[in-house]
Design a binder for this molecule. Structure first.
Ligand SMILES: [Zn+2]
Length: 344
């Protein structure tokens, strides 16, 4: 009983010594336990009145406690401020830690990383080109002259600066195709680029955001033909959407490609058999085609020697097609609402 009390007092005193911040505090602790009226001294005084067996045991423990406290006091008095600090900062490295909350990449960033990796495997290099562009790169060089009706599809944000003599008006790029001629001017064929970036069009609503993402593939080499284009899309569809998916090409018309195609992929629900969602088994992936000779010429490439294919598809679109995610409002994607984003 008395032995236990002494042990507790000893622990209390040692802990106070460790926490003491000054000489004065150490002295206060010494007086509180070992001083004339200190708690351990009081107990020592009572020992002679105990019966023989208890006396011997308590005496031994009390003396040990007294010695331990005195030694701790001596050590504490000798400690430099640096040593003191080290002791205060000590922590138990074996104690389980608190995990910091871990976030993850945004859905669109996840899709961009995946698309980049898929095309990297077949030798395409990820590039980026300016979001603020000249009319020439965004339209003119792509065989879309100012009065062409095709340009009406690309309602555009223009920047309020005087037009450049050669490059025309300044604008926010409405598609990643603006990177095509830039890439051709920067590199000689063979060219294998995958340009992934932000695009801007003044549409705002449940199915449109004024900023969205596209990925643009461009391959130029000697002897490139539609078979290469189809093979690349087959590969992408299987890698990105799964081994059971197939693609098909439908003739279409774009000013920057000749011939041009709309690319469809078999529906993810019925795998091409036809269902309520897709009707006939196919859903539209995006546009593609063989690069128009006029575009090659603007890029300084001889269309008699080289041919190429190009495609520009929406990142948000393929991502939603893959996941089967049906957003009632596309704007959710960019509202930064964690209740939505944390689900992925
Ligand atoms: Zn279907």
């Amino acid at each position: 009983m008395i032995a236990e009390k002494i042990q507790n007092l000893k622990n209390e005193a040692l802990s106070q010594i460790l926490k003491a911040k000054s000489e004065d505090e150490l002295e206060e602790t010494r007086i509180a336990y070992l001083g004339r009226k200190g708690q351990i001294s009081q107990i020592l005084k009572k020992i002679p009145s105990l019966d023989r067996e208890e006396r011997a045991q308590a005496g031994k423990i009390a003396n040990e406690a007294k010695e331990a406290i005195e030694n701790a006091l001596k050590r504490a008095q000798k400690q430099t401020p640096a040593e003191k600090k080290k002791i205060e900062e000590w922590f138990d490295i074996s104690a389980p830690g608190i995990r910091p909350p871990l976030g993850h990449l945004h859905l669109v960033s996840q899709a961009i990383e995946e698309i980049t990796a898929i095309f990297a495997k077949i030798g395409f290099t990820r590039v980026r080109y300016p979001e603020v562009e000249w009319d020439f790169n965004a339209f003119e060089s792509l065989n879309m002259q100012g009065d062409q009706p095709a340009r009406d599809d690309f309602e555009t944000f223009y920047i309020d600066v005087p037009p450049h003599q050669k490059w025309g008006r300044m604008l926010l790029t409405p598609h990643t195709s603006s990177g095509q001629v830039r890439e051709m001017k920067a590199h000689k064929p063979p060219i294998r680029m995958i340009n992934i970036g932000k695009c801007y069009r003044p549409n705002y609503g449940v199915s449109h955001t004024p900023m969205f993402h596209q990925f643009e593939g461009l391959l130029i080499n000697k002897g490139v033909h539609i078979g290469h284009l189809k093979g690349t899309f087959d590969y992408f569809a299987k890698e990105f959407f799964g081994p059971k998916r197939k693609i098909r090409l439908r003739p279409f018309n774009f000013p920057f490609t000749e011939p041009s195609f709309e690319v469809d992929i078999t529906c993810g629900i019925c795998l091409g058999k036809g269902c309520r969602v897709c009707k006939e088994g196919w859903v539209e992936l995006g546009g593609a085609g063989m690069v128009h000779p006029v575009v090659l010429k603007h890029g300084g490439i001889d269309s008699k020697k080289y041919t190429g294919y190009a495609f520009g598809w929406g990142v948000e679109r393929v991502m939603m097609m893959k996941s089967g995610l049906k957003l009632p409002d596309l704007r959710l994607m960019y509202s930064n609402d964690l209740r939505f984003l944390n689900q992925f």
